[in-house]
Design a protein around this ligand. Structure first.
Ligand SMILES: [Zn+2]
Length: 268
């Protein structure tokens, strides 16, 4: 397990690059929906904003969630460090707790108007593919990291759980935003456990009732438990509209416009 901690950034980067490539190839071979825009029109900006967010976090935050977890562990701080449970329960419990609380964060990002201004950039993408999964405003990235660090400290999440959770979250974000067609039977079977591309795509619908559903990123249980689960988009996956009506102009796909988007007024 220590290898996870000593090689944390290499592991995360390799999993990211590997899965990105696999998803991109699957999308090219077996697309789920027809693209409205070329890759060139979106990928530079979507990957660009990921890069800007990573730089932003690197220079603004002196810690990462895993370093906070190591500190909490060394000081015996946080709920899970105070109770006596078997290591494996602590590890799995830490990952599940983080997953549920990230689900809660996602709901809050939608419901609080000021936070929605940040999160709506993710929803304003006019196509849905692997790069949508990394299209978050740098300020949202910073807030998410601070939230995660607060959780890790309060809950005393094991550093290994934090690394496992981050790798799963990054990997699943690319998987469930990917524009590739899973066999429908496999999708139905998989989504009893995890969030599939067809399940999460419903959340990117322009129809409000569908946007207000399927907030989970990793396991599908939270949406089922909290009654936010919607099985399929009303218009079907081929005909459903992706994106936000206020930001349909293709100029909104430019990186500079994306960075400015939280400060823009939504059209009435
Ligand atoms: Zn959302």
């Amino acid at each position: 397990m220590d290898i996870l901690l000593t090689h944390e950034s290499t592991i995360r980067l390799s999993v990211f690059a590997g899965l990105f490539l696999v998803m991109a190839v699957l999308e090219a071979m077996k697309p789920r929906r027809k693209r409205s825009f070329t890759r060139r029109q979106r990928w530079f900006s979507n990957l660009g904003i990921l890069f800007v967010g990573a730089l932003f976090a690197r220079f603004l935050l002196p810690w990462l969630p895993v370093s906070v977890a190591l500190y909490a562990q060394s000081q015996g701080i946080g709920l899970l460090n105070l109770i006596d449970i078997p290591d494996i329960m602590g590890l799995v419990g830490g990952v599940l707790l983080l997953d549920f609380l990230i689900y809660v964060q996602h709901v809050v990002m939608h419901k609080v108007p000021l936070l929605w201004r940040l999160h709506r950039l993710h929803h304003a993408d006019l196509d849905y593919d692997v790069t949508t999964g990394v299209r978050f405003h740098p300020v949202e990235i910073i807030l998410s990291l601070l939230y995660k660090m607060g959780l890790v400290l309060a809950l005393g999440v094991d550093p290994v759980s934090v690394v496992i959770f981050e790798v799963i979250l990054n990997g699943m974000a690319m998987f469930n935003h990917a524009n590739f067609k899973l066999p429908l039977g496999l999708d139905r079977w998989l989504r009893w456990g995890v969030v599939t591309p067809d399940m999460h795509r419903v959340h990117h619908s322009s129809t409000q009732a569908e946007t207000d559903s399927n907030y989970g990123f990793n396991i599908s249980l939270w949406d089922r438990l909290c009654r936010t689960y919607v099985d399929q988009p009303a218009k079907g996956h081929d005909n459903m509209e992706i994106g936000l009506d206020d930001f349909r102009n293709p100029s909104n796909l430019r990186l500079d416009q994306m960075l400015l988007q939280p400060f823009k007024k939504a059209k009435p």
